[in-house]
Design a protein around this ligand. Structure first.
Ligand SMILES: *Cc1c(COP(=O)(O)O)cnc(C)c1O
Length: 382
């Protein structure tokens, strides 16, 4: 059999400024590209394994996991295949089919799927209305009280630390306290925060924390981090009866080879950049203020933003699409001419973007480019 042409290149993405928020935090530093090469081969991490991935000392996965645990304020850390597998593992270890899990109305679809695959009942804490979509501690308290009045037990409280729609940063500590005071374990989904901003599971009353290597931790992935506090270690890191060294929820071993090698190589880089988080937020606020100089452009979500993921409402760009010969594609094409990609083709009514990791000059150039496009087509707008 002869294969078709798969054309595996990313020249466009490499040579342009990519604003896709999904990808900004997963860019590898040079040392991790080297690690990727070194560990390209299948099972290459297993040369010195005595039966447990997390205990391998060459390369020092054991030390790496200790460092990772202290970096996020957890007693134990494991690698999993992604944030979703971390959530699934926690729910699977803690809950029984029919149990209820409480989560925010901005929860990621993978939180829903993890619960559904475990046969759990989902109750949502609604967000506030447009344009903020805020999730607050009072909402959690109210929903828990209502469930309590109805005599319904909650097995797990889940919070999306930073959601992927608005980039709202929630008050994990306050919601952790509510869960803690109600005696319910608390799972914090840090897919958009761990590796970007500081996380302190211990201080925030977090029992379980998950992160995403390919989303926010400069790793190739697929890989995630699962942090577990000591109190729950017996349950979540339970061993197999039949294969006594193997951890059941990890299916023996989780992410191995290139995904973990790149995450390990990136840890020093991640520690550094988390310390620079304030600078990223400032840059993003500057970007928002420049973008909002364009007529009708408005940042949706909590303001001023506390995260680099930004959702803009852009009715001005949308009204141009109605008259432009290229319809909604003009925006993508005009941006591309200016070496900017990552806004979905054809999308003009609203879009999400991020300038995480770009220099002040690059951010200025990006905002300026949007301004230029707006000025160019001013006549066409309603
Ligand atoms: C991207 C994302 C996920 C999924 O992360 P994976 O590591 O790919 O499983 C989960 N939750 C949120 C909030 C996300 O933004």
């Amino acid at each position: 059999m002869k294969c078709q042409d798969y054309s595996l290149n990313r020249q466009t993405e490499r040579e342009n400024l990519n604003l896709n928020p999904l990808q900004r935090g997963g860019v590898l530093p040079p040392e991790s590209r080297q690690a990727l090469y070194e560990f390209s081969d299948g099972y290459s991490i297993c040369d010195y394994c005595a039966g447990r991935l997390d205990q391998i000392s060459k390369p020092s996965i054991n030390s790496f996991l200790e460092d990772m645990a202290s970096f996020i304020g957890a007693d134990h850390a494991r690698t999993v295949h992604g944030a979703r597998e971390g959530k699934f593992a926690v729910m699977h270890a803690l809950c029984r089919p029919g149990d209820t899990v409480l989560m925010d109305g901005n929860a990621h679809y993978t939180s829903h799927l993890a619960a559904e695959r475990n046969g759990l009942n989902i109750v949502e804490v609604p967000s506030s209305d447009d344009p903020e979509y805020r999730i607050d501690a009072e909402g959690y308290q109210e929903t828990l009280d209502e469930l309590n009045d109805m005599g319904e037990d909650v097995s797990l409280v889940l919070l999306t630390h930073v959601d992927g729609d608005y980039g709202n940063v929630t008050d994990a500590r306050a919601i952790g306290k509510i869960a803690h005071d109600s005696g319910i374990p608390f799972l914090l989904n840090c897919a958009y925060s761990m590796g970007r901003m500081p996380i302190d599971a211990e201080k925030w009353n977090v029992d379980f924390v998950v992160g995403s290597g390919h989303k926010s931790m400069a790793a190739s992935g697929p890989i995630g981090i699962l942090g577990v506090q000591e109190e729950w270690a017996d349950m979540v890191l339970k061993r197999s009866n039949r294969h006594q060294v193997k951890e059941l929820e990890m299916m023996g071993c989780s992410s191995r080879g290139a995904p973990i090698a790149t995450l390990m190589a990136s840890l020093p880089h991640i520690i550094d950049r988390v310390n620079q988080w304030d600078v990223e937020v400032e840059k993003t606020r500057y970007f928002v203020s420049e973008m909002e100089k364009i007529s009708g452009v408005r940042q949706i979500g909590v303001r001023p933003t506390e995260h680099d993921l930004i959702r803009f409402e852009t009715p001005f760009f949308h009204s141009i699409a109605g008259k432009h010969p290229r319809k909604g594609f003009y925006l993508y094409e005009e941006l591309k001419k200016r070496n900017i990609v990552g806004i979905k083709r054809g999308q003009t009514q609203w879009f999400k973007c991020s300038t995480y990791g770009y220099s002040q000059e690059q951010v200025h150039y990006i905002a300026n480019s949007f301004g230029e496009i707006a000025a160019k087509y001013r006549e066409m707008a309603d």
